[in-house]
Write a protein of this length. Structure first.
Length: 120
């Protein structure tokens, strides 16, 4: 499975990105291995997305993580958007660190909601 091999190449970097309190790496591994997360990759970058259905019937393409070279990540986002569009996704979302807002704004992503979190 080429996708899983590509994922393993970037796994160390991905482990630094995901929040282990929410997404244990064993769970991420299983999502990649099972095909639940769709992986797009080059030699220098990888992204993973999932399809998220809503009760209304709307379908969202949700970016789970990205690692590697920024320019190549941006290209992969475009590929993922085309894939999502072909499946009928109404929109794409990416939940990430604030710095991505500037990068993604150039790709016509807009702030939609803000998550405010407190550790209890």
């Amino acid at each position: 499975m080429r996708e899983f091999e590509a994922y393993l190449k970037f796994r160390g970097e991905i482990e630094q990105i995901v929040d282990p309190a929410l997404y244990p790496m064993e769970w991420v591994d299983a999502q990649i291995w099972s095909g639940h997360f769709r992986v797009f990759f080059t030699d220098n970058a990888i992204i993973a997305v999932e399809l998220k259905p809503y009760p209304s019937g709307a379908l969202e393409l949700h970016g789970m993580f990205a690692a590697g070279e920024l320019g190549e990540i941006v290209g992969l986002i475009g590929e993922a958007e085309e894939w999502g569009r072909s499946l009928g996704c109404a929109f794409a979302t990416i939940s990430s660190r604030p710095g991505w807002a500037k990068v993604l704004g150039k790709l016509e992503y807009e702030m939609n909601q803000v998550t405010i979190r407190k550790v209890l």
